[in-house]
Design a protein around this ligand. Structure first.
Ligand code: ATP
Ligand code: MG
Length: 414
């Protein structure tokens, strides 16, 4: 039966995978909180307009990747492909513009109809931060430094590279756009079909094309740097000197453009060579125009998102859960005793596991399988003496311990 498989591009997070996932989120959240970013969550679906208006019709996400449907009431809704638009929508819906700047951290599932491959899923998960209401370059520096700090906390910063570019202000973009249109129009026949479409609607996006032929043309295209206004140039200079001041290394990549319409000024990506084609682990930029695109007042913002699956693949060791105490009753008489003892230990804060059934051998095997550190064997003879056998499962050593002294003894195995 087809329905016994998860939908293509989706995955179950079984306990080991989930633990890695959780580790990434917990670490990231702790660092984000130390920068004053507070966790929030928006709904997993929004009105389709929220994404359509902000990401732009020419973006890959809107044109090909969204999970959109009409619900039973006829509302056009979309499973969120990213969370920046939702967070900005929430700022407006909740009247938070009154108390800007606001700093948010989030984590959760995102949905994009893409071709599944390593590091690319249809349901994937992101952590992200948004800093809303800060106009100046210090905002960009802060969120980038926070991203670097989180990667460092996960032990992977040194295996990534920060690529940075500026998309300038509106004036710079208009000037550059005109030059780009001329350049690509003269080479129109060599462009991919996608890029020919972009030429009319959003020529900057061509710089982002993954098509081989396009990339060759892009390599020879005029550079954005020459068309920046003095103000945009000064903004970028302030971002780079801020990063230098806080010791965050970067490389300027003039070809880096983000795929979405709402970016301006800083665009950045932390990339790695360890994940094959899916090398971007954390990506973001400044999105001053976004809230306005939604129909709100002009409000600056800057942030990033990172794929949890990609981060989790790079993280080496994740702390394993505390090893439990296995309680092993021997004989029917001991069962109730064991039940009571297990519950007592749990209340005292010992992770404890009572095998459900079976003889001594079977239960010890199970204790092994669940990674128990120590077993408490309750035999009838020991119980009659008010004692239990405590077995160190790593060494096999065992000794009898009075029940009153049991917790003290077990504490030695923590
Ligand atoms: P890509 O170029 O890999 O398609 P993107 O530009 O579409 O990335 P963003 O929208 O910036 O990605 O999302 C930020 C991060 O989320 C990415 O850098 C990546 O780590 C992760 N991500 C994006 N799409 C997926 C996906 N389909 N599966 C897994 N992770 C993803
Ligand atoms: Mg993509």
């Amino acid at each position: 039966m087809k329905s016994l498989q998860p939908v293509r591009g989706t995955h179950d997070l079984l306990p080991d995978a989930f633990r890695r996932h959780r580790h990434v989120v917990d670490r990231a959240k702790a660092v984000a909180e130390s920068y004053g970013y507070q966790q929030m969550a928006t709904p997993i679906f929004e009105f389709t307009e929220v994404f359509k208006r902000t990401l732009g019709d020419t973006s890959d996400v809107v044109s090909k990747e969204m999970y959109s449907f009409a619900d039973r009431g006829g509302e056009e809704v979309t499973l969120r492909p990213e969370n920046t638009a939702g967070v900005c929508r929430a700022v407006m819906s909740n009247g938070l513009r009154q108390s800007l700047p606001a700093k948010f951290f989030y984590d959760g599932p995102m949905f994009r109809y893409e071709r599944p491959q390593k590091g690319r899923q249809r349901q994937f998960h992101q952590i992200g931060v948004e800093l809303i209401g800060v106009e100046g370059p210090l905002g960009d520096v802060e969120v980038i430094a926070l991203g670097a700090h989180i990667l460092d906390g996960l032990g992977i910063l040194s295996r990534t590279k920060l690529e940075l570019n500026t998309l300038g202000d509106q004036e710079s973009r208009a000037a550059y756009r005109a030059v780009l249109v001329d350049y690509f129009t003269a080479r129109r026949s060599e462009l991919s079909e996608d890029s020919r479409n972009r030429l009319e609607r959003n020529p900057l996006r061509i710089l982002d094309s993954k098509d081989e032929g396009d990339r060759r043309l892009v390599a020879g295209a005029p550079s954005f740097q020459e068309y920046l206004t003095p103000a945009a140039r000064a903004f970028f200079a302030a971002v780079t000197s801020g990063l230098e001041a806080v010791g965050v290394g970067f490389e300027v990549n003039p070809r880096l453009v983000r795929g979405l319409d709402y970016y301006c000024h800083s665009a950045f990506e932390f990339t790695t060579t360890e994940l094959g084609a899916q090398g971007t682990v954390l990506a973001g930029g400044r999105y001053d125009g976004l809230i306005e695109m939604m129909g709100g007042p002009s409000t600056p913002g800057v942030g990033w998102a990172a794929g949890i699956e990609r981060l989790a693949m790079m993280v080496a060791d994740v702390p394993s859960p505390a090893r439990p105490v296995a309680i092993v009753p021997v004989g029917a008489e001991a069962e109730l005793h064991a039940l009571r003892l297990t519950q007592e230990l749990r209340r005292s804060g010992f992770p404890a596991d009572l095998g459900y059934s079976g003889n001594l051998g079977r239960r010890l095997k199970r204790a092994d399988r669940i990674g128990a550190r120590v077993a408490v064997i309750l035999g009838e003879d020991e119980l009659a003496r008010g004692a239990a056998m405590v077995r160190d499962l790593d060494t096999g050593d065992q000794s009898e311990v009075a029940l009153e002294a049991l917790q003290d003894r077990l504490a030695q195995f923590r």
